[in-house]
Design a protein around this ligand. Structure first.
Ligand SMILES: N[C@@H](CCC(=O)N[C@@H](CS)C(=O)NCC(=O)O)C(=O)O
Length: 425
């Protein structure tokens, strides 16, 4: 029988247990018809948690409150659960990162976010102190993650689940790309975790905050109901579990005035002199060539290629040592290609995951409109800085041949088997 979790369906504190449950094969279900501010104030609820906060887990042996405790309980239900590590030092490190993520990361994110939402008093020096403390914590986390994929050991643990849930509020609400780019290993870690299948099931699609929300005007007090005030624009997609009424849009939540839409500036790449190379024609040729690939597609590519209107780039992942798990490496590359969606009109790419055993190497070839890697791609896609980029010198036959081999997924590639080849088109 499923354990019942009392919470709304957008609460990152409840997500900790739900994700741990997914990893552990334990059934946990959100209670039906939960209404924040109502359901958690009934005498029955107060008996389960005297402070009247969510989440609370009902178990056959009685209720548990505090989200970290609930996630630990769910994890311990599976004997020898790898989420808990496998030695005393691993248990210690997992607890260390759980506490760090709660006390150094989550607490400071909330001290930044809540006052802006009108859920606590807004004082500029207090905000400044919270941001400084958060940066100090993220800097330490970034240093740790420079040489490791997970917080502890070589697989996801409960520490990663709790850390990612806590980072989520930061990334989703206040920590813009401009803010997080100072911490590239934290960025890579967060997006890698959030794209793991068991996280996607609970979070759905996650987007990074584009702006720090303005301080909520004092005229409009915060609404009392969690459902009405805390649902993000990119609300997790969990249709089956949807139990709260549709929320007001975040705009209403923040009490912002609607701004007149500004005309979208033209992409500078659209202002380049026209090129004889039609990218879509190349993409069609690539997709439709099923046989004789060298003769048809590769030859066709060089016939179409316009070295003035386009440039070719090799990329080489900087942290191949971290690619110790095949599916995590493949997910990382798939995530990169998803995030490159914004460049579809201006680029074509091939990404190879190389090697028959770990650590796997990730190398790629990209065709970009223009002579440089487009600035908007560098600005918008955080993965770009995880690779070394080298412009292809097409007067060098060896480099041209390497381009051909990458387009063709030639195997062996540079003497090694291919684990996978992915195409961006
Ligand atoms: N430390 C608690 C935090 C719980 C918490 O703050 N819950 C909020 C929603 S995220 C709540 O229930 N607020 C209602 C209230 O304050 O009455 C945990 O991790 O479970």
């Amino acid at each position: 029988m499923a354990l019942v979790l009392h919470s709304g369906n957008t609460n990152k504190n409840a997500f900790k247990a739900l994700i741990a449950a997914e990893y552990s094969g334990i059934k946990v279900e959100l209670v039906q018809n939960f209404e924040m501010g109502v359901s958690n104030k009934t005498p029955e609820f107060i008996k389960m948690n005297p402070i009247g906060k969510v989440p609370v887990l009902e178990t056959p042996d009685g209720p548990i409150f505090e989200s970290n405790a609930i996630a630990r309980y769910v994890t311990r239900l599976k004997p020898d659960n790898p989420l808990y590590g496998s030695s005393p030092i691993e248990y210690g490190h997992i607890e260390q990162w759980i506490d760090f993520s709660s006390l150094e990361i989550d607490a400071n994110i909330l001290k930044w976010y809540f006052p802006r939402m009108g859920r606590a008093v807004y004082l500029p020096p207090a905000e400044e102190a919270a941001i400084a403390a958060l940066k100090r914590a993220l800097d330490a986390l970034n240093t740790h993650l420079a040489s490791t994929t997970y917080l502890v050991g070589h697989a996801v643990t409960l520490a990663d689940i709790i850390m990612t849930c806590n980072l989520y509020v930061g990334f989703n609400r206040v920590m813009t790309k401009n803010f997080t780019s100072e911490f590239p290993h934290v960025e890579r870690y967060f997006w890698t975790m959030i794209n793991q299948p068991n996280f996607i099931k609970i979070f759905g699609e996650v987007k990074q905050a584009e702006t720090v929300p303005p301080v909520q005007s004092a005229k409009k007090p915060a609404q009392p109901k969690e459902a009405a005030k805390s649902k993000p624009k990119d609300e997790p997609k969990k249709e089956a579990k949807k139990q709260v009424p549709e929320p007001a849009k975040p705009k209403a939540e923040a009490g912002e005035e609607e701004e007149a839409p500004k005309p979208k500036p033209k992409n500078p790449l659209d202002l380049l002199p026209p090129s004889k190379m039609i990218l879509d024609e190349w993409k069609r040729l690539y997709s439709n060539t099923k046989t004789n690939f060298r003769e048809v597609a590769i030859k066709g590519f060089w016939n179409m290629y316009d070295p003035e209107g386009y440039s070719l780039w090799f990329c080489d992942y900087k942290y191949n040592d971290e690619n110790t798990v095949s599916f995590v490496t493949l997910n990382k590359v798939s995530g990169f290609l998803q995030r490159m969606d914004l460049t579809r009109k201006y680029a074509f790419g091939k990404m190879l995951v190389i090697g028959s055993e770990p650590p796997f190497k990730v190398k790629g070839l990209w065709l970009f409109r223009g002579q440089e890697i487009p600035q908007f791609v560098l600005d918008e896609c955080y993965d770009m800085e995880l690779y070394d980029w080298t412009k292809v010198d097409i007067s060098d036959e060896a480099q041209k041949e390497r381009v051909n081999q990458m387009i063709e997924d030639q195997e062996p590639f540079e003497g090694e088997a291919l684990l996978d080849a992915k195409c961006f088109k």
